[in-house]
Ligand binder design. Structure first.
Ligand code: SF4
Length: 280
């Protein structure tokens, strides 16, 4: 169902067509995938989606290694931070090997996450998994998503260190805004509106109301190290009460269950939490 819905959208708006040749030439993802037929994998595990429109749904996670954004509170710093680089080196896997993991797990939903999974080309994975498998991606939206038409669900979580592109915001099935302090929501509304060239509120209202673009939601997530901060929580609560048709309150349910850790192939969680001693 999701597959057909997403592919219908793609026929109207293809980011490959929007990007000029010059922009594509300098896209890091294009460069990396032209050189490599394997992907650096930080971890893979069977769990459930802990956030967003698919919260609670069984899912197999493939977490790629590498992210250029270096967010100060990154909760996946094991995928990029110099202090947590694996001593034995980063494991690389072929598309066939990744596909076997997914097939062996009989996974119906696969979440491509990171790090920044948009650094890599995922379309070849389709050859190695059942056609009914739903491929989701969780990205900052800052890099060209050149697999957009092969993905069934796109979560864009914008980050200040490298802003999302207009095309990726338009393509997103959901947008996850990380609320770091009491001013975060207003600042993101202004910034995302500037990128889109229209008021963010109008964009969201149109997307939410338009059945041809569903599913769509904008989530307000407390940044995990601020999850007990009343200023952060109250700013989310008050925004949702003031704009009930635009936003939904988000949370990272998987961090409460620690479901990931039950799979021996999961890696240790390495959150920076805005710690200056880590260098950020
Ligand atoms: S939070 Fe996400 S985008 Fe930011 S550094 Fe970590 S993996 Fe990269």
């Amino acid at each position: 169902m999701l597959s057909s819905m997403k592919r219908t959208q793609s026929s109207h708006l293809n980011p490959k067509e929007i990007k000029s040749g010059a922009e594509r030439k300098f896209c890091p993802a294009f460069y990396i995938t032209m050189k490599n037929t394997t992907i650096p994998i930080h971890e893979h595990f069977n769990a459930f989606q802990g956030e967003g429109l698919h919260m609670g749904r069984a899912a197999y996670f493939i977490r790629s290694y590498g992210c250029p954004l270096k967010c100060p509170w990154c909760d996946s710093a094991g995928t990029w931070h110099k202090d947590y680089r694996p001593v034995e080196g980063v494991k690389r896997m072929s598309y066939a090997a990744i596909g076997k993991l997914i097939t062996d797990a009989d996974a119906r939903t696969v979440i491509l996450t990171g790090g920044e999974p948009a650094l890599f080309k995922w379309e070849p994975l389709r050859e190695h998994i059942p056609s009914t498998t739903n491929l989701h991606i969780e990205t900052s939206g800052s890099l060209l998503l050149h697999d957009a038409s092969d993905l069934d669900f796109i979560t864009v979580s914008p980050k200040w260190n490298k802003l999302p592109t207009r095309e990726n915001l338009i393509y997103a099935n959901e947008i996850k805004i990380i609320v770091e302090d009491a001013e975060s929501i207003v600042k993101w509304e202004k910034q995302l509106g500037a990128i889109l060239g229209v008021s963010f509120e109008n964009f969201v209202r149109l997307r939410v109301q338009s059945s041809s673009w569903k599913p769509f939601a904008v989530w307000l997530h407390p940044e995990w190290s601020e999850r007990d901060n009343p200023d952060v929580l109250n700013s989310i609560s008050n925004t949702i009460k003031a704009k009930p048709d635009l936003y939904r309150a988000g949370y990272q349910l998987h961090k409460l269950y620690q479901c990931d850790a039950l799979d021996p192939n999961s890696a240790e969680l390495v959150p920076l939490g805005g710690c200056p001693s880590k260098g950020y």
